[in-house]
Design a protein around this ligand. Sequence first.
Ligand code: ADP
Ligand code: MG
Length: 155
Amino acid sequence: MFERDEQRTLMIVKPDGVQRGLVGEVISRVERRGLKIVGLKMVWMDKELAKKHYAVHDGKDFFDKLIKFITSSPVVLIAVQGYHAVNLVRRMMGALDPDEADRGSIRGDLAMSRSFNVVHGSDTPENGEAEIALHFSQKEIFDYSRSIDDWLKND
Ligand code: ADP
Ligand code: MG
């Protein structure tokens, strides 16, 4: 299904991003980079789904706040595919702490808070697949080629 080095990752425009009108900005950055959007939808996560998504943070002091935040408004889920997509998207997102997020990154340009930071991105290829499977049905993920794909390869 994938070309060599291709990966899939889940991005989320979080509640603050939706409320601040940054959905288009995030999608636009993904598209301009050349990454392929293979799934896209708006959902309002319930607490059960949010806790599954953030299970790795269960027990941490910010967990309850995080679940409240991520369920406080609709979010936009973007399944993204591309070469080294996981790390590429993490770099495009920027670091968690807005002070440390590189200028030019989504958080570095647009976020001021560690809790409200506009976007989520999977942190490993395995989690990318798992998170896409958690939020999308198979029918909602599209395997298609674009005429630009040949211009976006490594070789
Ligand atoms: P990332 O989103 O960069 O992968 P983490 O996986 O460490 O960061 O944390 C998940 C989310 O939990 C963060 O994006 C942020 O919304 C929230 N969060 C993490 N650490 C804190 C914190 N110390 N205080 C408040 N919220 C936090
Ligand atoms: Mg994380």
